[in-house]
Design a protein around this ligand. Sequence first.
Ligand code: SAH
Length: 334
Amino acid sequence: MKDQNQPEWRAKQIMDWLYVKRVQSFENMSNLPKKLRDQLADSFELNPLQVITVQKSKDGTIKFLYGLTDRHAIETVIMRHNYGISVCVTTQVGCRIGCTFCASTLGGLKRNLSSGEIVAQVIMAQKYLDETSDERIRSVVIMGSGEPFENYEATMDFIRRINDKQGLNIGQRHLTVSTSGVVPNIYRFADENWQVGLAISLHAPNQELRSNLMPINRRYPLSDLLKACWYYLHKTGRRLTFEYALIGGKNDQDEQAHELGKLLKEMNCLVNLIPVNYVPERDFVRTPKSQIFKFKRILESYGVNTTIRREQGHDIDAACGQLRAKHNEKINQE
Ligand code: SAH
C-alpha cells in the first residue's frame, strides 16, 4: 500500500476493528477516513476464508471446512474441554511429511498458508462463537493439517499476532505447536524464548519402527530428535508433550511401552496416548481399550506422566484432513 503517511494511532484503530470488533469489511471501519478505507480494500483481503461446511458433533466439537481465495480448502476445529474452548488450526494445505497413518498427507503438499490465513481461522471461530454464545476461545493448538515447522515464519508470525495484547490476546501458555520432528526448527523454536508449549509427534520408541511409520525419521533420526528435545527442556524449563498414536499391532504392545518408558524416564514430559483415528485409505486397526490402559500403566511404572486423549467429534469426520479429503473427492467427481 502506497500511502503510509498515517499517524501511528491509526494502526491501533485498525487492530481494534480486526481483532476486537471483528468486522468483515474495511467499509465498516467507520472511524477511518474514506480514502484510507478504500486504499485498504484495494490492497488487502479481509476475508481470506469462506465457510464451505460447518459440522457439529453431539459432544460440542465443531468442524469448519473453509475455502481459500485460490479454491483450496482447509479445516479448523473448535473443541470443548473442562478448562474451556480450544481451537485447532491448520498451517498448510495438505502436507508433505507422509506419516503412514495420517489423512492430511494423502494428496501431498499444495502450499503453505500465510500467517493471515492462520489468524483468520481463529477469528472466524471466535465470530462463530460470538453469534451463538458469549464463549471466548481460551487456547489454540497448532495441530491441524500440515507441518508448522515447515512453514516456520508464518507460524511464528501467527503466534505473535494472536498473542498480541491488541490482537486476540491469547496467552503464550495457552498456545501449543506440534511438530513431526523437524529438528533444526526445534532448536530455533527453543531459542525464541517463549512460553508457548511444544508437542512432538513421537509414535514409536525406536529408530526402525519410527522410520516405518514416519518417513521424516530417516531425515531427522530419533537420536537427533531427542537431543533437540533435551535442548528445548533446558532452554525453556517447560515440560514437553509427546504424542503417541496407538496403532493396533504396530506400536501398541507391552514391549514398546517398556521401550518408551526407558527412553523418556529422565525427561520432564507428558505422553499423550491417542487412540488412532480411523482413516478409510489406511489399513490399520485400533488398539483395544484394555491395552491402552495397560500401555499407560507400563509407562507410569517408569515415572512417565501419561494421559489418554479423550476422543472428540467421532460422529463428524474430526480426524485431521478427513473433511477436506471428502470435499476434494466431491470436486474431482464434478
Ligand atoms: N505435523 C504436525 C502437526 C499436525 S498432526 C505433527 O505431526 O505433529 C497433529 C497430530 O495428529 C500429530 O501428532 C499426528 O501424528 C496425529 N495424527 C495424524 N493422523 C492421525 C490419526 N489417524 N490418528 C491419530 N492421530 C493422528
